[in-house]
Design a protein around this ligand. Structure first.
Ligand code: ZN
Length: 121
């Protein structure tokens, strides 16, 4: 998982996908909509309430067009997950500032357009 579909990064999230997170439902309508980071929650222990059997960085994305929310449970070493929590000054949950939601859409739309995709944002 780490190194193939997800990589560590030095930001507040601690992990980022190695692909563009595009909305599959908007893709069905021919739109290429970039989903934005909605939250990242570090879950360090086993949690029956959250159906977790191992420590994860739970990362959620939301589509600004159709409101679909999806989340990934990225497993990594407990020590690294604790490092992420330290970056957040002890907070397990990271919510990006509202003004950053969907901020990357225009750049992604420009890149997709240059590759021949039309529509989307
Ligand atoms: Zn969508």
């Amino acid at each position: 998982m780490i190194g193939t579909t997800w990589k560590r990064d030095s930001g507040m999230t601690g992990h980022c996908p190695t692909w563009s997170v595009l909305c599959k439902f908007c893709a069905d309508r021919g739109e290429w909509t970039r989903m934005f980071l909605r939250y990242s929650l570090i879950i360090l222990g086993r949690s029956e309430a959250l159906c977790m059997s191992e420590p994860v960085n739970q990362i959620a994305f939301k589509c600004p067009e159709c409101a679909w929310v999806t989340r990934f449970n990225v497993t990594d070493d407990t020590e690294y997950l604790k490092e992420i929590v330290e970056r957040r000054k002890g907070r397990l949950l990271y919510l990006p500032p509202v003004e950053e939601w969907g901020k990357e859409n225009e750049e992604i739309a420009r890149q997709l357009a240059s590759l021949g995709y039309v529509g989307g944002r």
